[in-house]
Design a protein around this ligand. Structure first.
Ligand code: LLP
Length: 432
């Protein structure tokens, strides 16, 4: 790739710190994105290594001087090359399945830095996690405590556990991604947590090491975190009064990003606020763990797509692109907003038309953006921004559409880190 001119601050796009127009062409770090679209086809996910490391650095600054482990929640983006970036930077990982465990190991993550969350761990998954020696199971029910103890004993091991408490705090986010309220399926209710710890401490296959909570995702305020932490610390006091030591406190993930002008606190502002409160309550000496996902990768990725057809209508104009809800499921699932911009800036006198940007899938729910003003023609390309989290990791093969390829950008280098799926891959294992 050719070297590009330095980016002026004004050219950088909102919510996409490493995306900028240079000479009218959209770039990620120093790579012109139209070159990638031409070379590798579309839809194409492109991620910036520098953006991921910058997001991680904000957490590292916020937690500086503490005994803290940042466990990247790979459900946000579990592509091996992305995991490798975080493993190389010393991160641990928050997993929620046996599949995620194997991904972390293949990518070179340290088993001793893995925490295993999730409400439905199977015995096989538990055995494998014990075998490789993960750091901690984040347990979500009384029944799971019993199974975990039984499986650990049968393997001649002791499982280190933390109980995920449900602090009944409103994260004030989309109902589907709010997890810390009483009506949610997650964690053990605050009122039952003490009894659960007592039970865990008596089980022969378990060793209590910590406490955890996670109240939701795309959180844009400090207050819900503070509230949750206060409730968790109340419990730590009550648990320790019974003689059970809590060595680490895991406050989950959930920090939001700028998709549409949201202004979540930066990680290096959030953490000092939380740490001040932790110190004030006398728990500043505890080891800390966190499980961020979206805020580490969300704004580091874009999805490139080609305009296939323009379809003017009486009520709506449609801009039909080659990416769809199977590639970018967030609008269909949560009515989520992603900015959509052209790879080549339109001429100043080009007339913009308001379109719904939609994919080829046979559902009216297959939309990527609504009422977007664009001056585009078929054959031109668009970039869907903030597509680094919960896009590729939630992609499907609906309508027998192969999943997209992925490219990792590092300065001027661009490397394909996942081949586009071949259509034959889609019926592997099937019998006609
Ligand atoms: N830890 C636990 C236990 C979680 O359940 C989650 C996310 C995380 C950490 C990471 O949260 P983050 O920092 O990424 O907010 N598909 C949805 C988001 C689902 C989040 C589920 N849990 C979306 O696209 O908005």
């Amino acid at each position: 790739m050719k070297s590009a001119a330095p980016v002026s601050a004004a050219a950088v796009l909102p919510g996409a710190p490493f995306v900028a127009y240079r000479d009218g062409r959209l770039t990620l770090e120093d790579v012109p994105l139209h070159e990638l679209a031409q070379a590798h086809g579309t839809p194409l996910f492109v991620y910036s290594r520098a953006a991921m490391l910058a997001a991680l650095a904000a957490y590292q600054r916020g937690l500086a001087g503490r005994d803290a482990l940042i466990c990247y929640a790979l459900k946000a983006n579990s592509t091996l090359a992305v995991l490798r970036v975080f493993a190389d930077a010393g991160c641990g990982f928050d997993i929620v399945s046996g599949g995620e465990l194997e991904r972390v190991l293949v990518a070179g993550g340290a088993p001793g830095k893995i925490v295993f969350s999730g409400i439905g761990k199977t015995r096989d998954e538990i055995r494998r996690a014990l075998d490789v020696g993960i750091r901690c199971f984040n347990v979500e029910s009384l029944a799971e405590l019993d199974v975990l103890s039984e499986v650990a004993q049968a393997c001649g091991q002791t499982a280190r556990i933390s109980i995920r408490v449900n602090p009944n705090v409103d994260a004030r986010t989309h109902p589907y991604i709010s997890t810390g309220l009483k009506g949610n399926k997650f964690g053990i209710a605050h009122e039952q947590a003490l009894a659960a710890y007592r039970h865990a401490a008596r089980l022969p296959g378990l060793q209590v090491v910590g406490i955890d909570c996670h109240i939701g995702s795309q959180i844009t305020e400090v207050a819900p975190y503070l509230e949750a932490m206060e409730r968790v610390l109340d419990l730590v006091a009550a648990i320790e009064a019974t003689g059970i030591a809590i060595h680490h406190i895991d406050l989950g993930g959930g920090l939001g990003i700028d998709y549409a002008g949201e202004t979540p606190p930066a990680a290096d502002a959030l953490w000092p606020a939380l740490l001040a409160r932790l110190d004030a309550r006398g728990y500043g000496d505890r080891a800390l763990m966190i499980e961020p996902g979206r805020s580490l990768v969300g704004n580091a990725g874009v999805c490139l797509t080609e305009v296939l057809y323009l379809k003017p209508g009486e009520q709506k104009n449609f801009c039909i692109v080659d990416a769809a809800m199977n590639d970018l499921p967030r609008p269909a699932l949560y009515e989520a907003f992603h900015r959509i911009v052209p790879l080549r800036l339109a001429a100043p006198d080009a007339a913009a038309v308001t379109y719904d940007v939609v994919g080829p899938v046979c559902e009216s729910g297959d939309w990527i953006g609504r009422d977007r003003a664009l001056a585009v023609q078929p054959g031109e390309h668009l970039a869907v921004l903030s597509a680094g989290a919960y896009c590729m990791s939630m992609a499907s093969n609906y309508n027998t559409r192969p999943r997209a390829a992925e490219v990792l950008v590092d300065g001027r280098e661009a490397r394909v880190v996942r081949q586009r799926e071949a259509v034959q891959d889609l019926w592997r294992g099937e019998t006609a």
